[in-house]
Design a protein around this ligand. Structure first.
Ligand SMILES: Cc1ncc(COP(=O)(O)O)c(C=O)c1O
Length: 399
């Protein structure tokens, strides 16, 4: 079966994970990550969401409104709430997945402390529009959520640098991974110092048992993504038997993982460091696959292709399918797993039903129709041709 995602893990990561721990594992990963992003500082955290909660605290924000996309990962507002602030949700821009920055500006009020400008699916946020917003509202902190996009560029300008700080997630579904873990990057020395001080105060060092759990998780990831095993895992997942391991949210709950305040483990940092060496090849590969889909899937009925945008990093390639359930089932029966990335609009979830939200119906439409085609490292020429051929066989050509 062709899985919808697959981390680009090889022998280098395995060797790194099994190598002897060094006292400076985290520091080396942070330095290399900061270099990769062209930023002065990178601070390793156990999850991207932990980084966001610490960042809001380091910015001195409490009991304030934080403007978030309605269409993003639900753990983002969970971190906002955990930091003692309130999320305000803003719909997507017309014709794109990123937050509508005109609407975000409308949402700014006397209680607004920050805007989380997210480059979802690797599509760079419009930095020109964002600069206007910043100029008119200098009191509002701009946080770049680069968990999907990493170093995506808007008109050749890297996104992570255009805000007070950027946050990154590093779990196995991300462009590069450190098993779990996250990063916060910033060019501001004072903010970096505050973040480091806060991490020392709030986070406990990773225990030996966490390091072992992370290593076990990494080894099971290698196994899970080998060919015959993945089919079995997928069947178990569909039966609901793996919910405990794979379900990352409860629609009615605002919560954080139990270990969200336990620091990144050295083994995670070593794997992350090995992944940094592959970053540029991973992005080039994803761009190539996205372009291939874009060229070869034009004109199919019931499938609306996403745009190709210069500088995008394609954490996901996300067409909209008019009959998503049928498409997912039909492709799965042909051995190809498509994803249903972000199948909710956050303010429509019970947990956030009462939050302030500026909506235009886009996020709900994406929640119901978005599918993601595999763009990962394992999608070689023959696999992408097979995926395209199956889609052509299933969907009629538009007249
Ligand atoms: C857009 C986005 N932002 C932030 C995060 C938070 O990352 P983490 O899962 O490491 O907390 C995620 C999660 O995967 C995400 O998809």
């Amino acid at each position: 079966m062709i899985p919808r995602l697959k981390p680009a893990l090889g022998l280098a990561e395995l060797a790194a994970a099994l190598s002897l721990p060094r006292a400076d594992d985290l520091e080396r990963f942070e330095k290399a990550f900061a270099r990769l992003m062209g930023q002065r500082h990178a601070i390793a955290v156990p999850y991207g969401r932990t980084g966001l909660a610490l960042l809001l605290e380091a910015l001195g924000l409490r009991n304030r409104e934080v403007i978030c996309p309605a269409y993003t990962c639900v753990v983002v507002p969970h971190a906002v709430v955990t930091s003692g602030n309130r999320p305000v949700f803003v719909d997507c821009e017309p014709g794109g997945f990123n937050m509508d920055l005109d609407l975000a500006e409308e949402a700014i009020g006397p209680h607004t402390g920050a805007v989380i400008a997210t480059s979802i699916f690797g599509y760079p946020v419009d930095l020109d529009r964002l600069a206007e917003l910043r100029q008119r509202h200098p009191q509002v902190a701009i946080i770049q959520d680069c968990a999907h996009s990493f170093a995506a560029c808007w008109r050749e300008r890297p996104v992570p640098r255009e805000g007070v700080a950027a946050i990154f997630g590093l779990n196995v579904s991300k462009l590069i991974t450190s098993i779990f873990g996250g990063m916060v990057t910033t060019d501001h020395d004072g903010l970096a110092a505050k973040l480091r001080q806060l991490s020392r105060r709030r986070l406990t060092p990773a225990s030996r048992s966490k390091a072992l759990r992370r290593l076990a998780y990494l080894l099971s990831t290698y196994l899970t993504f080998t060919d015959p095993i993945y089919g079995l895992v997928n069947r178990l997942e569909r039966s609901g038997l793996l919910d405990r391991f794979v379900k990352y949210y409860d629609p009615a709950l605002i919560d954080m993982p139990e270990d969200y305040l336990e620091g990144m483990a050295g083994v995670e940092a070593r794997v992350g460091l090995a992944q940094i060496g592959k970053y540029h090849r991973i992005i080039a590969h994803r761009r190539k696959v996205a372009s291939f889909y874009h060229e070869t899937l034009q004109g199919l009925e019931g499938l609306h292709l996403p745009p190709l945008v210069p500088g995008a990093t394609y954490s996901h390639y996300v067409p909209l399918a008019e009959d998503r359930p049928r498409l997912l089932e039909a492709m799965l029966s042909r051995g190809i797993q498509l994803g249903m990335i972000i199948e909710y609009s956050i303010p429509h979830l019970p947990a956030y039903r009462h939050s302030r939200a500026l909506l235009r119906g886009h996020s709900l439409r994406y929640a119901r129709t978005a599918v993601n085609l595999p763009v990962h490292w394992g999608i070689d020429q023959s696999r992408r041709e097979r995926i395209v051929a199956e889609l052509h066989a299933l969907l009629k050509r538009k007249r």
